[in-house]
Design a protein around this ligand. Sequence first.
Ligand SMILES: Nc1ncnc2c1ncn2[C@@H]1O[C@H](COP(=O)(O)O)[C@@H](OP(=O)(O)O)[C@H]1O
Ligand SMILES: [Mg+2]
Ligand SMILES: [Mg+2]
Ligand SMILES: [Mg+2]
Length: 355
Amino acid sequence: MTSLYSKELEIAQLAVQRASILTKRVFHEKTKGTVSKDDASPVTIGDFGAQALIISALKHNFPHDEVVAEEEAAELRSNSALRDQIWELVRTTQLDDVAAEGLLGGAIKDAESMLDIIDKGNSKGGRVGRIWTIDPIDGTKGFLRGGQYAVCLALLEDGEVKVGTIGCPNLPVDDSAPLTADIGANATDEEGRGVLFSAVIGQGATSRPLKTGALAEGKSISMKPITEMSNASFCESVEAGHSNQSESARIAQKLGITKPSVRMDSQAKYGSIARGAGDIYLRLPTSKTYQEKIWDHAAGDLIVREAGGQVTDTKGNRLDFGVGRTLATNSGVIAAPKAVHSQVLSVVQEVLGVK
Ligand SMILES: Nc1ncnc2c1ncn2[C@@H]1O[C@H](COP(=O)(O)O)[C@@H](OP(=O)(O)O)[C@H]1O
Ligand SMILES: [Mg+2]
Ligand SMILES: [Mg+2]
Ligand SMILES: [Mg+2]
């Protein structure tokens, strides 16, 4: 393995696999340690634990890189019961392949170190240098419902996404399985579920079964060309508060799309269109003030573009990951195969009244 970013890709994939094991364990626990964040969104012991395991692996391999991660340990420093619950999970979650676990640097020393590691995800981001961005559980609401969720990791270099990995424990392994709305209670551990999507800039996108040890062999994936808009399928968030679902319905109708939208949580949407299970992903702003977070989009943006897609905001600009922890200069997301992206964008702009 001598290609560019091969070590980063291998570590990212193994780190996402290990964190995914932890999230699946949490899913089966009766109490998920759910607490409400300042913005009223939920976070669970799975989010904190997965973030600790991923940052630990990154710091072991790339000690000088910065990290922008979603969660912070402040709440855990004043809630030792919650801290101990997370520590128990983190302490006892490993890959079941000794060599792979060794590559990630093995276990974290103790509960205090775990809190410090979680807080190493506090970089401000920006346009200079190597910055990893982590969403330890994307779609936490989906996770709690037993629907789709994703463990997401991407490497930015000078503001550009170079490596992206998304682990989707509840998506079918089969790339050709049709896209289905999965809003909950379909749950984990079913045979044939769990997929890991990845991409490296200039090297294409892949999918492989999500394993508990060494990496499975990957297959190249690509977006499906849309021959008839009437047969296209588009996906969007389950959450009406995250994306305007009445505007998306009007856009779909104007495009001639006849199927109802497929609503699923998390960056599983990006992975699903990248492998041709779906065609278009729309995320339409619900407020003028909300700024999308870089960890919600970085891996998906690269995976879709490397699979033959285009990703822009509603103004037609590429997502800019170099402005900080948020996509402060962008609004919404339009992801579609390259050949039809401009057609989709112009209808989006017409319906939203965007110049
Ligand atoms: N008002 C809002 N508009 C758009 N996205 C929002 C939002 N409030 C929260 N989100 C983000 O939406 C993400 C989930 O994406 P989706 O809606 O596609 O499932 C959440 O990620 P987390 O679950 O990691 O917190 C959260 O960051
Ligand atoms: Mg969150
Ligand atoms: Mg998220
Ligand atoms: Mg999250």
